[in-house]
Design a protein around this ligand. Sequence first.
Ligand SMILES: [Fe+2]
Length: 457
Amino acid sequence: MFTRRGVMVLMASLVPGLLVGCKADFDPEAIPESVARFPRTPIAGDMTSTRVVLTFYVADDSPVTLRMWTDEGVVVDQAVDPSGDGFHKVFVDDLTPGTTYRYAVFSGEAPDFEDRSLIGQVRTAPDADALVPVTIALLACVGQGTVLPDYYLPEGSAAPTPEPFQWEVYTHAKEHDIDVLVHLGDQAYLDFVWHTADGTYEAYLNAWGYYHGGGYRDLYPLAGLYATWDDHESTDNGNFDPWDMTAEDQAKLVNAQDAWFATVPIDATARGPVWRGFRWGQTVEVLLLDCRYELQPDHQVSEEQLTWLLDRIRQSPCRFVCVASPKPFSVISSTTPLAQDNMERWENYPLDRDRVTALLDELDARHVIFVTGDIHMNYLGRTRLSGEATSDRLWEVCCTSGNVNPLADKLDPAQFEFVDNSPHLPVLTFDPGAGTIHVAFHARDGSLSFERTLDDV
Ligand SMILES: [Fe+2]
C-alpha cells in the first residue's frame, strides 16, 4: 500500500556543489500541471526539524519523481515506482531545520518531466533551541456553512456526488503566512461510504478524492499538516460505539482507518495510535489527541494516551503547549444544552479531565492552550465560566471550517467572548519574545471577524 524508501537528500546549504540542479536550470512553473494525472493535492505533514512525510496520488499509476527544492536549488529527487493503486506515502529525512521547501510530483524522470502535480510548500520545525514565532491555522468539520455537511455520496446512491467539493473559506488561506495546519477532525464526511458502498477500502480511497481533489487543493499546498481525526472519516459516531461493534462494522472501520492512513501524511506505515506530538523549537509543543477511537464508557482517552498527555505537559521545554483535542476541553456554559451528539466532551469524562486539571493547577500552567472542533462553531473562551483555578481560566479556541451549529448563540458570553458558527479560519501566532498568543478568526470571504492578543499565557 505504501511506498517507503530511503530518500537521498543533498544538503544544499552545506554542500552547494552537490545540488541536484541549480535554480536557474529548474523552473517548475514551466512544466504544465496535469489535473488528469494528479487530480488530488499532494499533502506534506508530520514535520519535525529534519523529516517530512508526503502523500500523493497518481491517477494512472505511472512512474513519477518526487522533487523538493529551495531557493538555492533542488535538494530531493526521488524516483517513485507504481504502487498498484496510485497512492504513495514517502518519508524524507535529513532536511535542514527551520527551512521552507517546495515540492511537487513530476511524471517520468528528470530532466524529461512531462507534467506535474500542484506545487506545495512545507516548513521544517526550527532547531531545538530556537525561540521564534510560530503560526498555526486550525481546520475542522469542513463544509458550506450549512447544518448538514458535504456528505460524499457514492455511485449507486440516489444522487452521487458529481464534482469535488469546494469551500470559499480555504480560498483565502493563502493570504496568511502559516507554518502549520492543524486538522482537528471531520476532514471529510464519509458516512455514505459506510452505509451504501459497503465500507470497502477502495470506496473510502475513492471518496477522499472528492475532498483532496477539491477545496483542499487551495489549502494543503500552503503548509505542512498535523492531522487528527474524529468520527466522519469513517461514519457518524451515532452508528457505533468503539467498544461494542459487530464484526462487520469492525471491518468497515479498519477499511476507513487504513484509507485515512494511506491518504493523510501521518508518520506511520500502518494503522496505529493517532495521538502524537511535535515541538517547534522552544516556542510551542503541539500535542494531537485521539478522542474518538480510544473512547470507553467512562474514559475520553486510553490510559496510555492520558499518561502521555500529562507527561508532555509536565516535561515540555517549550514556552507554550498547544493541546489539539478533537473534543472541547471546556466546561461549556450554554442556555440551551448542545445536542446529544456533542456530549462526548471532556467535561463528561471527569475521571480523565480531573487528572488533567490537577496537573494544570499544580504547574500553574497558564501557557497551555486548547484548540478543538467537533461542535460546529468558532469560539474563543475560557475553560470554565467561573472559578479562579488555573485550569478554570485557560483559553480554548474552537473551529468549524464549514458546518454550523444553530445553538452556538446560546453560549454564555461571560465565558466565550467570541462565538460565530459560520465557517472561519482561526490563526494562532505563538510569540515567545512577547509572551503572547495572537488569535484571529478569518471569515469565509477573507475578512477579519475577531482578533485578540492573549497576554496572560
Ligand atoms: Fe463535524
